[in-house]
Write a protein of this length. Structure first.
Length: 367
């Protein structure tokens, strides 16, 4: 099958969306499909080496138009990327972009729409098209893939999309990490990997490191988002690192004992806007599972679609209280059996949520 993925996302970058899109293209390619990714590109870096892609696919870029406002760029990308794809003659398109999807249905092209959020952060034009043209129920859309039951529910109830049209498949991971459980009797290495927006719990990790001197804490992310006052705050057992290359993530994750998802408020995306609390399927969760590590996370309902309390993770109910996190960490030190059971459970669960399996499920729905 000839698959064309249209992604209005700057590549290469360390954003979760860019990683997931490129690794999904690799997964489709591994399954013997002819894949073309058309995206924006703001760097000359080779995306295949940047994302450690072994099974290559075709890649074409649409240059950014600096003269145009950001909103206009999205519409320009939709038009130009579709035009650019015609030479490839795809059997089906995949996109996350609602306006791109709308244009493809008008052109009578087969398309799969990936749903990762609701319409609250979309333009008035997009909301108008969804509401009054009802194009999400078009027969040209072969499947809508929602990443959580929450995102499916909102499109069925609020936007009247046929529930049978939406297939719920969470995100996944392509990391390959050999299971290697090590019981650290002296001190835990506790890590956080990912975005450093306010809602992701950066301040909580700072406070946790201050009161839990017995363990070492590691933050990997865009440290440019950290305030200078925090960067200059010396905490002996807190280590800050910028985003690491994708090919090194597996090794670094495997060195940790505990991995954190310390959301402290509504989960937001870039710029601390757009509440995705009910829809998120964090890429880091599946990478954490692949590492076979103990996960401690905030007690958010949406995460329980994938992981279970006291089986795959410890959910902190009073998650805004730093002492609640410290108490859970301290209890783990004396629960060796629990540590190894969690680790094995997570490593096995990660196989279910591989991106190859995700790609296979999508293909079976559209073939």
């Amino acid at each position: 099958m000839k698959i064309c993925y249209l992604a209005n996302t700057a590549m290469p970058s360390s954003n979760a969306s860019a990683i997931q899109i490129t690794k999904m293209c690799e997964a489709f390619s591994k399954l013997k499909n002819d894949v073309l990714l058309i995206s924006t590109n703001v760097s000359s870096d080779n995306i295949f080496s940047f994302y450690d892609i072994k099974t290559k696919f075709k890649f074409q870029k649409i240059k950014y138009f600096k003269k145009f406002p950001l909103g206009i760029k999205f519409y320009i990308f939709s038009v130009l990327s579709i035009i650019k794809s015609f030479k490839f003659k795809p059997d089906i398109y995949i996109t996350r972009n609602f306006f791109t999807c709308f244009l493809l249905t008008i052109l009578r092209k087969k398309v799969v729409l990936e749903l990762h959020h609701d319409l609250s952060n979309e333009s008035r034009i997009v909301r108008f098209l969804v509401k009054y043209f009802n194009f999400l129920n078009s027969t040209q859309i072969k499947k809508i893939v929602g990443i959580t039951e929450g995102v499916k529910k909102v499109f069925v109830t609020k936007y009247n999309v046929n529930k049978n049209k939406i297939l719920v498949i969470p995100s996944g991971s392509s990391l390959k990490i050999n299971f290697n459980f090590k019981h650290n009797k002296n001190k835990f290495k506790i890590g956080y990997f990912g975005s450093l927006y306010k809602s992701r719990g950066l301040n909580l990790i700072y406070e946790l490191a201050k009161i839990d001197r017995e363990n070492d804490y590691y933050i990997y992310g865009n440290i440019r988002n950290i305030k200078n006052s925090q960067k200059n705050t010396f905490i002996k057992n807190l280590n800050l690192y910028d985003h690491i290359p994708y090919k090194k993530i597996s090794k670094t994750l495997s060195e940790m004992d505990i991995l954190l998802m310390p959301y402290v408020s509504n989960i937001t995306v870039a710029g601390d806007v757009s509440d995705i609390t009910n829809y998120t399927s964090p890429l880091k969760l599946f990478d954490y599972l692949s590492a076979g590590k103990i996960i401690i996370c905030s007690d958010f309902k949406v995460l329980k679609e994938v992981i279970k309390h006291n089986k795959n993770a410890i959910f902190v109910k009073n998650y805004k209280n730093v002492f609640s996190w410290r108490n859970e960490i301290q209890k783990l030190r004396y629960q060796y059996n629990k540590q190894i059971i969690f680790s094995k459970n997570n490593y096995l669960l990660s196989k279910k949520y591989s991106l190859i399996n995700r790609a296979n499920k999508i293909l079976k729905e559209i073939e």
